[in-house]
Ligand binder design. Structure first.
Ligand SMILES: [Zn+2]
Ligand SMILES: [Zn+2]
Length: 210
C-alpha cells in the first residue's frame, strides 16, 4: 500500500517502491514522481534530475523548478531569525556585488531575507502564468526560455546563505541536498554557465568535473 500507516517508524516512512512514471496518470503525475524520488533518497541527485523517457522534457524542467521553489521556501523559513534586516540589510553573496530586488516596479535594495521571499513569490507567479496559458502535460519551448532567468535569480538564495550563513547552509544541505540538486539541474539543462555556480562542488553531493 502506497501510504504511511499510523505509527510507522521514521526510518520506514515512504518505504514503498517508486512507481514507474508511465503508470502514473493525471496532470500531477510528474510532480508526484519527482517528490517520490526525493523522499526516497534526496542525496541521489543524478537520478532525481534524470528525465524519464516518456516525460516531456520541458514539463520535467518546469516541474523540477516548481519543486525547488517549494523547498527554497523551507530554506527561507529556516533562515528567519538568522538572516534579518539587521544582519543582512542588503542582498549580497560572496563579493560586494549588491543585488537589487526586481520584484518591484522599480528595482529596490531589499534586505536579503526580503529579497529571498519576494523572489520566491515572483518566481511562483511567473511559473503559474506559464501553467495558465498551457497545461502541465506539455509546455512549449517558448515558455521554457523563461525558466533560466528564474534559475539564475534563485541561485542567489543559495550563494547568500552559503557565504553569509555557512552553518545554516550546511545543516539544510545535509538533510535536503537542495543546492546539490539545484546545481545538478542547472548544469544538466544548461540553465547557468558553470562559472556562475560559485558554491564549491566539494561542499555539495555532486560529482566534480560536471
Ligand atoms: Zn543573510
Ligand atoms: Zn523586494
Amino acid at each position: 500500500m502506497r501510504r504511511n500507516k499510523p505509527g510507522t517508524r521514521q526510518a520506514d516512512l515512504w518505504a514503498w517502491d517508486i512507481e514507474d512514471v508511465s503508470n502514473m496518470q493525471g496532470p500531477l503525475a510528474v510532480q508526484e514522481y519527482i517528490q517520490e524520488l526525493i523522499r526516497n533518497d534526496p542525496s541521489n541527485v543524478q537520478k532525481i534530475c534524470e528525465p524519464p523517457k516518456d516525460v516531456d522534457i520541458n514539463v520535467w524542467q518546469y516541474e523540477h523548478l516548481r519543486q525547488f521553489i517549494l523547498e527554497l521556501n523551507l530554506l527561507a523559513t529556516q533562515l528567519k531569525g538568522v538572516c534579518t534586516s539587521q544582519t543582512c540589510p542588503k542582498m549580497k553573496a560572496a563579493d560586494d556585488w549588491l543585488y537589487l530586488c526586481a520584484a518591484h516596479k522599480t528595482p529596490q535594495e531589499c534586505s536579503a531575507i526580503d529579497y529571498m521571499i519576494h523572489n520566491l513569490d515572483q518566481s511562483t507567479s511567473i511559473l503559474q502564468n506559464i501553467k495558465n496559458y498551457n497545461s502541465r502535460v506539455s509546455i512549449p519551448q517558448s515558455a521554457v526560455k523563461n525558466l533560466a532567468p528564474i534559475v539564475r535569480r534563485l541561485y542567489r538564495l543559495f550563494t547568500h546563505t552559503y557565504y553569509n550563513h555557512r552553518q545554516a547552509f550546511l545543516d539544510f544541505e545535509k538533510e535536503m541536498y537542495l543546492c546539490s540538486r539545484f546545481t545538478e539541474y542547472a548544469l544538466k539543462f544548461d540553465m547557468m554557465a558553470p562559472k556562475l555556480l560559485t558554491i564549491p562542488q566539494s561542499e555539495l553531493n555532486i560529482k566534480e568535473n560536471n
